[in-house]
Design a protein around this ligand. Structure first.
Ligand code: HEM
Length: 128
């Protein structure tokens, strides 16, 4: 099995991942609800994001966290996201870059979840 090597591989990884995500009854509806008819734009953005992370080509310059801050998601959703992401890579790619993709995704899922929990708890505190 080959490693992730170029933009075509990134597109293959991203497209197949979001195909599976959209079919998943637990997290699929959360994406569709938010993205609606902007899927093409989302996929383009994600090609750029993963190119930047994995191939060192600066094709993304956004802030990954803010769009997630108000989504109705918690640890169980990130866990499902990670299972689909990991399986999807392992089905098609193997090597250091494929490993890096799984590692980075895991770290970001952890950080997103931590921030979401932190803000949720902070907002629940009484003001006094
Ligand atoms: C269950 C977990 C997750 C859900 C439901 C989710 C959902 C979404 C949605 C709906 C958007 C598009 C926002 C919009 O354009 O309206 C988005 C953007 C994005 N997501 Fe996630 N996401 C999840 C986990 C992750 C993880 C673990 C990563 C780490 C790789 C990630 C990386 C990104 C990035 C980079 C963007 C683009 C941000 C930008 O607009 O610049 N997401 N996500």
């Amino acid at each position: 099995m080959q490693d992730i090597q170029n933009l075509d591989d990134i597109k293959q990884m991203v497209n197949s991942f979001y195909d599976k995500v959209r079919q998943d009854e637990f997290i699929g509806p959360i994406f569709d609800e938010q993205i609606q008819d902007r899927w093409e734009m989302h996929l383009e953005k994600m090609y750029g994001f993963w190119q930047t992370v994995l191939l060192d080509i600066h094709a993304y310059s956004g802030s990954p966290f803010p769009p997630h801050a108000r989504l109705p998601i918690q640890k169980e959703h990130f866990d499902r996201w990670m299972v689909i992401f990991t399986q999807n890579i392992d089905e098609q790619f193997a090597g250091p870059i494929a490993d890096e993709a799984k590692w980075r995704a895991g770290k970001m899922a952890e950080m997103f979840n931590y921030k979401i929990e932190y803000f949720r708890n902070a907002n629940q505190k009484p003001l006094t």
